[in-house]
Unconditional design. Structure first.
Length: 269
């Protein structure tokens, strides 16, 4: 886990500034001399650091003849960082949104890490405006993903989730999902779990996830043929699962107690 000084450095503080701020949080209002000792910063440098932190609004300086310093309270620091970050992000968005590259919509891109796969999926789920079609394993459903799907369910009519669950985890914050009957067989077919997220019939994240570690075999694309194919895959899964769910007793009578006969799709000679 990153240290607090490393985390603060991501918001524009130098290592020395982060050390002084963290030290001040643990002290009463103090002189530069005392702060120097607590933070492990040379006296010749600590006043420049305090001046910089004061100009950034992270440290307050008394008006007394003998200056005392105190840290901005943590709650105010967090509020300030959130506000500044939002302004910075809005500035980046405004500056970059009109930069249009050549049309790359037909290209297929590799998504090489597990975390990156779910960052892509989470972005699609949160930003879907018209439709969302998903195949996902409950083992990959973080609380953040589950809540994003719940939010999407509340705003979208065209919302279909095919849920695979090796551990039969069905207690989720959204209700519109189809339980898949053949998780074990699918694992054997594909050699592991996979994911399929199609948003607004415009983009898809699709592919096989690693069992333990290593690279994924997942792609992201806006290629219209790939998007269409992935969306139809989810839709046809939903058609079949809806039929099997509603006609469950009759299906078991015809295909067996575990519906194993459904997968016998090759005609006998």
């Amino acid at each position: 886990m990153e240290s607090v000084t490393e985390l603060l450095s991501k918001f524009g503080l130098t290592n020395s500034e982060a050390k002084v701020y963290v030290s001040l949080l643990q002290m009463d209002a103090s002189t530069g001399y005392k702060i120097s000792g607590k933070a492990g910063i040379a006296r010749s440098k600590v006043y420049n650091v305090l001046s910089s932190l004061t100009s950034k609004g992270l440290v307050l300086q008394s008006k007394d003849e003998k200056s005392l310093y105190t840290a901005l309270p943590v709650e105010e620091l967090v509020s300030k960082l959130q506000r500044d970050s939002k302004q910075d992000i809005e500035g980046i968005h405004k500056s970059l949104k009109n930069l249009r590259p050549d049309d790359n919509s037909s290209l297929i891109w590799s998504v090489n890490s597990y975390d990156q796969v779910f960052e892509k999926a989470l972005f699609q789920i949160r930003n879907a405006k018209e439709s969302l079609y998903v195949q996902i394993y409950s083992e990959d459903l973080t609380d953040e993903l589950a809540q994003a799907l719940a939010d999407a369910e509340s705003r979208l009519h065209k919302f279909v989730v095919i849920l695979f669950s090796n551990h039969h985890r069905y207690n989720l914050p959204f209700r519109r999902f189809y339980k898949h009957f053949f998780e074990a067989d699918k694992i054997l077919d594909y050699g592991g779990r996979w994911i399929n997220v199609v948003s607004d019939s415009n983009a898809v994240t699709y592919g096989k996830l690693p069992n333990d570690s290593g690279n994924t075999d997942v792609i992201w694309t806006q290629n219209s043929s790939m998007v269409f194919l992935a969306q139809e895959y989810v839709l046809h899964d939903a058609y079949n699962l809806r039929t099997l769910t509603i006609l469950h007793d009759e299906a078991e009578e015809k295909f067996g107690s575990n519906l194993e006969g459904v997968r016998n799709i090759y005609f006998d000679k």
